[in-house]
Design a protein around this ligand. Sequence first.
Ligand code: GUN
Length: 291
Amino acid sequence: MTATLIDGKAFAAKIHAQVTAHVARLKADHGLTPGLAVVLVGEDPASQVYVRNKGWQTVEAGMNSFEYKRPADTPEAELLALIERLNADPAVHGILVQLPLPGHIDADLVINAIDPAKDVDGFHISNVGLLATGQKAMVPCTPLGCLMMLRDLHGDLSGREAVVVGRSNIVGKPMAQLLLRDSCTVTLAHSRTRDLAAVCRRADILVAAVGRPEMIPGDWIKPGATVIDVGINRIDAPERGAGKSRLVGDVHFASAAEVAGAITPVPGGVGPMTIACLLANTLTACSRANG
Ligand code: GUN
């Protein structure tokens, strides 16, 4: 392996420590404790793991964590009523509705019912618009974490060729906006892009967020490029024993690490940064709400 490994876990721990120190100061100086409400509908196992991790890390940072677990058949109106209550609750500074939601619930309707000032996911249409027009917005946590790692590694990103593979509202689109805001030349590619290999080979910065295990091989990567792998895919690993599995990214790590200049591992790359940025967004929401 020739690439430098980008240690998202260590970076996330640094942000966590900064947030924790700031929360302690808010408490001591102003008697304020930031509060994050997380809403989980249904029993999706991956979502349950995320929500559990968000909960204990919030508490560890000195913030209040409020969890609302509801059954999969919860009516949409009931969820909207809960959002209304949380919007009005002064102890709640951030609201996160875990996605995906069950099929009978209109996710856009629910997300847009959240007070934009409490929308720590940055998914509300107002925050999306603010980001797209270069105004002060709540920024989605995963792309924000990616941007922080890129800035830490390179400093100024201006003029670099950035290719984002994946056009989701959660990662791909806001990632492209953030890189554009930092003056990169941005291509937003996806699974239907013609000659995706050639597009990827142009990238000084390649962000992979397509959700397809090991789809991007080393020979799609420009020598020396920085590769940020957002994918978290569980695949069978019979070599580890019957019924075993392992986590892989959207990039084929072993071949990519021979070509790239720097690369995030999976796990331990982007993943830990997402929750760290969620805590930072909650702190920001609390500070803004209290002048
Ligand atoms: N599901 C997968 N990622 C996310 C995220 O960043 N926020 C929410 N609310 N749900 C998700």
